[in-house]
Design a protein. Sequence first.
Length: 410
Amino acid sequence: MESFTAGLISLEDARQKMLAQLTPLTDSERLSIYRAAGRITAAPVVSPLNVPPFDNSAMDGYAVRLADLGGDALPVAGKAFAGAPFSGDWPAGSCIRIMTGAPVPAGAEAVVMQEESVPEGDRVRFTAAVKAGQNIRRAGEDIRQGDSVLTAGVRLGAAELPLIASLGIGEVDVLRRLRVAIFSTGDELQPVGEPLAAGQIYDTNRFAVRLMLDALGCEVIDLGIIRDDPDALRAAFLRADREADLVISSGGVSVGEADYTKAMLDELGEITFWKLAIKPGKPFAFGRLSQSWFCGLPGNPVSAAVTFYQLVQPLLAKLSGLQAAALPPRQRARAVSRLKKSPGRLDFQRGLFSRGEDGELQVASTGHQGSHVFSSFSQANCFIVLERDRGSVEPGEWVEIEPFNALLGG
């Protein structure tokens, strides 16, 4: 095991080395909130007004002054609705019928909910004690004018954009989308949808990477399949470096592969090739071209997906200016099936977790964990993360799981 694992770098070390070199992009643009879904705020969003903008009723009921409450039924002097406030004179010794969201009449000290009142002809009697301020939502109680409601680095979605809209803000400053160039290398690859010749396989890695980049809001520059030809590969790298913030290739980073990727990278940039202490996904490359960053993914489909998820995804989050963590926290779960593993590498097995009858999380393997079995992702909702030095796991043992985020359908 020592010779097999010699020189392997841990996933955490690799991730820290990558992120320490990155500086988030700062280029921004102003967009209509109707076009800003999925974009990342470039600056704090500051409220131009109070929310609520005026004192309003939290209940259907009656607006009252405490001095008018003495046990007798009170006449109703008028009505207040949302969008149609009470605007007449309010005689002493009376109350105002009020609906939820309606502005509270000047002088009102409380709102008595409808359920604590009894109509008596054109009067109303209250059946519970009344406290000052009850059932009144004060102006600025939710958000005060000048408050920062969103920080920079927030991805805008269904929770954030309606909040911005509620403040009357129609445009927002967002960071520009990351430009990511992708291509696959190898004479054995064939585009999806084309017939396969002898010895060929479909280029599913680039398709999967593109789907994940789309989900992360990146602008994708798809350069297709680059054959094992040094001139074609050089041209692809030069174009990708010129047009993109990040270049991602698939294939060509494993020891012994018959292609020109490594030599080309040595010529065009400063690239570190790592042997990662993870399974699947041992071969990985990261570094700098003349104008862009570079990530080289392994050729096996599951290995490419795991390294993209665990390494490229956090890189994209930092580079794009996103402040939130890219990966969900790990949790403990009890294994309900045997998990085969040899010590030496951190293992990301695909699993299906659920909550057992005892309320504890439990997880089962999706079956065969080979780096070519991409169907395991469609059957899973988490990674089962088995420590580097751990061996096989028997049913009933505790393990760590990492629930998939939205990138893998979590």
